[in-house]
Design a protein around this ligand. Structure first.
Ligand SMILES: Nc1ncnc2c1ncn2[C@@H]1O[C@H](COP(=O)(O)OP(=O)(O)O)[C@@H](O)[C@H]1O
Ligand SMILES: Cc1ncc(COP(=O)(O)O)c(N)n1
Length: 284
């Protein structure tokens, strides 16, 4: 499988998707990571901003949340007008914002049993450990958004918060996928990027019946800012093109692995995953 999606002809309206997420002023994660991936995959992306973060390569020093009604209004404005074929959520900041998004998703027929697939990346903290979700919002995430999700994509820190399971090996990763699936999503993807002692970075996908493994060689780089956002955005883009979930995850895994291999230093901290590799005319 190639790490590309079909491109629209010049002047033709591309496949449209939407990200509901926070802004990263450093440009490496959040909405900015999503938009980079969506653009380089040839998609048109709409946005509902949930929060503005004051963030650079060394961490997050401020957050301004957007009024929940304004978050939902962005979705309610765009979806009926422009039309989207897949939606992704990232940093959601607070319980009231999650409630507003869930209400809008139901009304707009977004979700696992509705018309438009929903990818929920349950972002809880930045890679530096700065909180991006209020501690009292975990319940809303699990009770309101997970049951609407086509696929959820937590990293191992998020898995621990959501299920209490400490993933240390293949068995605990599968157990976590089962526990996450029981919270209501159609599919659960447990990402293995944080298994840093391993020489592979395995992701495990579960739909209530069987496990699918997505291994990849671990790339030795400190520049992995926005990896989770990039993976989830690529899954969303592929779902927008009508891929089945396992194919979308397989595609996205290739996309993020290429981006990690091309990651670059930025500022004094961690640089971002780099989807710009796609612009290299020599790249296959
Ligand atoms: N060093 C790495 N080498 C290869 N793949 C990686 C590496 N780090 C993360 N990944 C992959 O990138 C994606 C994001 O993973 P992860 O780091 O677990 O999430 P997050 O960015 O949300 O913390 C997953 O597909 C994971 O397997
Ligand atoms: C606005 C926003 N959204 C998501 C992340 C998570 O990305 P990472 O885990 O790479 O810090 C982030 N840092 N900022």
């Amino acid at each position: 499988m190639t790490a590309r999606l079909p491109l629209p002809a010049s002047g033709a309206t591309p496949v449209r998707v939407m990200t509901v997420a926070g802004s990263d002023s450093g440009g490496g994660a959040g909405i900015q990571a999503d938009m980079r991936t969506f653009a380089l995959l040839g998609l048109h992306a709409c946005v509902a901003v949930t929060a503005v973060t004051v963030q650079n390569s060394t961490g997050v020093t401020g957050i301004q949340e957007i009024e929940p009604s304004v978050v939902a209004a962005q979705m309610r404005s765009v979806v009926p007008d422009i039309g989207v074929s897949a939606v992704k959520t990232g940093m959601l900041a607070s319980g009231p914002i999650i409630d507003a998004i869930a209400d809008a998703a139901v009304d707009l027929r977004i979700g696992r049993d509705a018309d438009v697939p929903l990818v929920v990346d349950p972002v809880c903290a930045s890679m530096h450990g700065d909180p991006l979700l209020a501690a009292d919002a975990l319940g809303a995430l699990k009770e309101r958004l997970f049951p609407l999700a086509t696929v959820v994509t937590p990293n191992l820190d998020e898995v621990r918060l959501l299920t209490g399971i400490d993933v240390v090996d293949a068995d605990t990763q599968r157990a976590a996928a089962v526990a996450l699936h029981a919270l209501g999503p159609r599919w659960a993807l447990v990402k293995g990027g944080h298994l840093r002692g391993s020489d592979v970075s395995p992701d495990v996908l579960y739909d209530g019946t069987g496990f699918l493994e997505f291994p990849s060689a671990r790339i030795d780089t400190p520049h992995d800012h926005g990896a989770g956002d990039t993976l989830a955005a690529a899954i969303t883009g592929a779902l927008g093109h009508g891929y089945a979930v396992p194919d979308a995850v397989g595609f996205a895994k290739q996309w993020v692995t290429r981006g990690l291999a091309a990651a670059y230093p930025l500022g004094a901290g961690h640089g971002p995953v780099n989807p710009l590799w796609r612009l290299d005319p020599e790249a296959d």
